[in-house]
Write a protein that binds this ligand. Structure first.
Ligand SMILES: Cc1cc2nc3c(=O)[nH]c(=O)nc-3n(C[C@H](O)[C@H](O)[C@H](O)COP(=O)(O)OP(=O)(O)OC[C@H]3O[C@@H](n4cnc5c(N)ncnc54)[C@H](O)[C@@H]3O)c2cc1C
Length: 407
């Protein structure tokens, strides 16, 4: 069987699913191919992670019409405390210094998946092909042809534009031999929910350590999302601890800012790598989200960066709505626009991870100087807060709270 469409999005995870929703009003015939059912326990994108979505991302999601569904289960981040392990001093980021009430919100990735699949079901011009996997791609003759495999058998799908949002191990990126820059941090993030004895009051904590951050994010009710990055060889032992031992270890690392940790949820582990594609566009192809740039979770930047990519791609296609979505002019415009933000966000997350992992006195001196400068200088703090909120470089209309213009 063979089908055609205007835009095929491979991977309906956080990035691909969001893009489909942003593009829905453009009226293109869109197909989303996703390997794992949106609400399945094994869904790799919509899992138990608590996602910190910055101010810019929440605005983008609002412009896409997704925020209304997410808001009821979202928790505002009203203060951020940043510390360095076993060193004095801390930096407190307060949205009031920016004239705002919150830096952003925390949403569970699984909840995000429910909202995305609900909205995709309602879009008449979007067909979700799931579960189905892309197993081949051929570009040429003014179209990109995908081979799909599913329980219903093999078929092909020809599209004017294909968006590869198939994650850090992207089949499409590998199949097309698009080169990548990679760095294995030798760190693994162990995540779970914890319930502290004191209310979190919207406070987020990030303690930077040589093996990555120990972060506690405010979550629904009394719960908090814990992201504990450790040396990869120490992760299996941490995963195997019983809850009481795990909580005692977590408490020892975190301190008493939220009292004691009373309860822990299910733990999951994520080995941490930087994977950056050296090209984010090819003829009739855009590479998006983790497929283009999977980064360290320090500072919770990954999906926030991908959402800015989504907002820009949607704006460029909206300004040309009805035209050829795979037109190389549009794809180059997208790539050019996104370079500076992608570069600086990736450089920041990679740089900070390595600076805190570095054992030298020089690195320790730089860290102390940076902490002191941010603690003492409101101007620097405002700059850091503005970056944390996601407003970098040329901001897309959705992030400014303006609607896309559909011609
Ligand atoms: C511990 C941790 C904490 C994080 N916390 C935050 C945070 O607080 N804030 C933030 O902004 N970011 C955070 N991130 C980053 C965030 O998880 C990623 O940016 C996000 O998952 C990228 O989404 P994606 O859709 O590009 O890729 P993925 O989430 O990997 O999704 C890819 C999708 O493609 C599908 N797929 C794969 N191959 C195929 C195929 N051949 N055919 C069809 N479908 C396919 C998969 O089933 C999946 O659904 C965190 C990351 C980690 C590891």
């Amino acid at each position: 069987m063979s089908q055609t469409c205007d835009i095929a999005i491979v991977g309906g995870g956080l990035a691909g699913g969001s893009l489909a929703i942003a593009l829905a009003p453009l009226g293109y015939d869109i197909k989303v191919i996703e390997a794992v059912a949106f609400k399945a326990a094994s869904q790799p994108s919509y899992d138990d992670r608590t996602l910190a979505l910055n101010h810019c991302s929440c605005r983008i999601l609002s412009g896409m019409g997704l925020w209304d569904t997410l808001a009821a289960d979202a928790t505002a981040i009203q203060k951020i405390f940043v510390t360095e392990l076993d060193r004095p001093g801390r930096v407190v980021l307060d949205p009031a210094e920016m004239g705002l009430h919150e830096f952003g919100h925390v949403v569970e990735a699984r909840r995000f998946g429910v909202a995305v699949s609900g909205q995709l079901e309602q879009a008449e011009n979007i067909e979700v092909i799931c579960p189905a996997s892309v197993t081949g791609i051929h570009i040429g003759g003014g179209q990109t042809v995908l081979s799909l495999a599913s329980d219903a058998g093999a078929r092909t799908l020809a599209a004017r534009l294909v968006v590869a949002a198939d994650g850090a191990n992207s089949f499409i990126r590998k199949h097309l031999q698009i080169p990548v820059a990679t760095r294995d941090y030798g760190q693994t993030a162990v995540i779970c929910n914890v319930t502290p004895s004191l209310p979190h009051q919207g406070q987020a904590f990030e303690c930077l350590t040589p093996t990555g951050p120990f972060a506690v994010l405010p979550h629904q009710g009394k719960r908090c999302g814990l992201v504990w990055s450790v040396a990869s060889e120490a992760a299996p032992a941490l995963m195997e601890l019983d809850d009481a031992m795990f909580l005692a270890r977590a408490e020892r690392r975190f301190g008493t800012a939220l009292g004691t940790f009373l309860k822990a949820g299910k733990r999951s582990a994520y080995p941490l790598m930087l994977v950056r594609a050296r090209q984010d566009i090819r003829e009739r192809l855009v590479i998006l989200g983790n497929a283009a740039h999977a980064i360290h979770p320090v500072g919770a930047q990954g999906f926030n960066l991908a959402l800015r990519d989504v907002a820009v791609l949607a704006e460029i296609l909206a300004d040309d709505a009805g035209g050829d979505p795979g037109d190389s002019r549009l794809l180059h415009k997208y790539s050019h626009w996104r370079q500076a933000d992608q570069h600086s966000t990736i450089a920041w997350s990679d740089g900070i991870t390595r600076l805190f992992a570095h054992p030298s006195m020089l690195a320790a001196g730089l860290r102390t100087a940076a902490f002191m400068a941010h603690a003492l200088l409101p101007g620097l703090r405002r700059q850091a807060a503005s970056k944390a909120m996601g407003y970098r470089g040329r901001v897309p209309r959705l992030a400014l709270g303006e609607p896309l213009r559909y011609q």
